[in-house]
Design a protein around this ligand. Structure first.
Ligand code: HAM
Length: 430
């Protein structure tokens, strides 16, 4: 085994898989643009307090999953970003973007870091694409964001994903509910595990998220948040569902859905795939009107967003056979030298073809002509262009179609012209 391995929970992406990433990223860019979202890139690290305040001190992420360090002895602690929403809000507040326009629609494709125990679908370095709409959180804005996410899934050809949705109500609704939960779980105190007892003290809502089957059974009898909502929250939720229904987006209402981050209020949602194992959440999001104030803004900036885990998305696509037709770009021309002494000339020819926009390969490791031909076939080049004494002397090159075996002898200019004709390119591909 080689001496150095990738860090546990981080992985390499080799060209074949990189082609899948590029494809998915391309779809994300084009669907985001359909909905009028623009790309934002924020730093990979932020001051630790940003996440403590933004995501919430009692969450698993802040409690145990952050990669934090102190760059200098008296410096402030910084953290590799475990998610994007807090950083995007920080950036918008820092630049005072809302002063220039009331609404900002931003999206991102980014690497994140969480110190979780690695397993299938769960890594320590992973990636998300996501969108954040700042300046509005009306039901129409929520529906826009969910539609964008579902549109990406649909464009990728995914099927069978479950969208579950709930409303967490406003702050007061949740306070009433929290008290009700506290009462309920206190009555079951002796049956609670240690983690749940701790959550009961700090934030009883988090118990609903427990994966422990014993706790899940207790949770099934717990009061429902929905029954503690005021009319405003109910009306808002109904309007979101109306918009989704009107757009033909299938959803399931899940009154037990709470998310693992503290900044949510009103609508929250999650998408799962039955194609994945225990880590079946592909994406999630919701409204987070209170985050701006949490981060020191003098007013609540209405906001809503989502994020999708790209690794889990790719795993689902792989299972559904959606990459079958995806192949890395093959070269159009393979320049083949009859003898190594023509190497300089071959390099010049290859360079000219590339400058003319033609994907070209040329031998760099002094292979025999036979093995250059084998290589041209292996990389599925469409043409071979031969360089020999004759070609160099006359400036006329033999071009062989490797699919049909037809060949023709022409000047380099004529070859460039032929390879540029769209009809020819189509013909070459088929
Ligand atoms: P989240 O639910 O923590 O939400 O993460 C979103 C998605 O990221 C998950 O559904 C999952 O697919 C992926 N993910 C999370 N952790 C890992 C991991 N360790 N390994 C692989 N994939 C992972 C957020 O991050 C919120 N910022 C979403 C949001 C945006 N809410 C509003 N705006």
């Amino acid at each position: 085994m080689p001496q150095y391995q990738a860090v546990k929970g981080a992985r390499d992406i080799f060209p074949e898989e990189a082609a899948q990433w590029k494809y998915v990223e391309g779809v994300v860019h084009s669907v985001a643009s359909l909905y009028g979202f623009s790309e934002i890139r924020t730093p990979v690290f932020e001051y630790t307090e940003l996440f403590q305040r933004g995501i919430g001190a009692t969450t698993d992420i802040v409690g145990k999953e952050m990669f934090s360090f102190q760059p200098d002895p008296n410096g402030r602690s910084i953290t590799l970003r475990p998610e994007m929403t807090a950083g995007v809000m920080r950036a918008v507040l820092q630049k005072n973007l809302l002063a220039s326009a009331p609404l900002h629609k931003l999206y991102y494709i980014s690497e994140l870091f969480r110190k979780e125990r690695p397993q299938a679908g769960r890594q320590r370095q992973f990636s998300q694409f996501g969108a954040e709409l700042l300046g509005a959180s009306s039901p129409a804005a929520v529906a826009e964001v969910i539609s964008l996410m579902m549109h990406v899934f649909e464009s990728l050809g995914l099927h069978g994903l479950r969208l579950r949705i709930n409303t967490l109500g406003g702050t007061e609704d949740r306070m009433r509910y929290r008290e009700a939960l506290r009462g309920y779980f206190s009555n079951h105190h002796t049956s609670l595990d240690e983690a749940s007892k701790e959550r009961l003290e700090k934030n009883p809502l988090r118990i609903l998220d427990s994966k422990n089957p014993g706790i899940q059974e207790i949770v099934s009898g717990a009061p429902r948040l929905f029954d503690y909502l005021g009319v405003e929250a109910v009306g808002d939720f109904e309007k979101v569902l109306f918009y989704l229904g009107e757009r033909g987006i299938a959803f399931e209402i899940d009154y037990r859905l709470v998310r693992g981050l503290d900044y949510y209020s009103y609508t929250a949602f999650e998408v799962t795939s039955s194609e994945l194992g225990a880590q079946d959440a592909v994406g999630g999001g919701g409204r987070y009107d209170g985050l701006s104030r949490e981060l020191g803004s003098s007013s609540d900036i209405p906001a809503v967003g989502f994020a999708v885990g790209i690794e889990r998305l790719l795993m689902t696509m792989e299972k559904q056979g959606l990459f079958a037709a995806l192949t890395p770009d093959a070269p159009l021309v393979y320049v083949i030298l009859q003898q190594q002494e023509y190497s300089d000339h071959a390099m010049r020819v290859a360079y000219r073809l590339r400058k003319a926009g033609i994907r070209t390969e040329v031998d760099l490791v002094s292979r025999s002509m036979k093995s250059q031909m084998r290589e041209a076939n292996r990389v599925r080049s469409s043409y071979a262009l031969f360089i020999g004494e004759n070609e160099i002397g006359t400036g006329q090159y033999t071009l062989k179609n490797l699919v049909t075996s037809d060949q023709t002898t022409l000047s380099l200019d004529a070859i460039i012209e032929i390879l540029h004709e769209p009809a020819m390119k189509e013909y070459v591909k088929s």
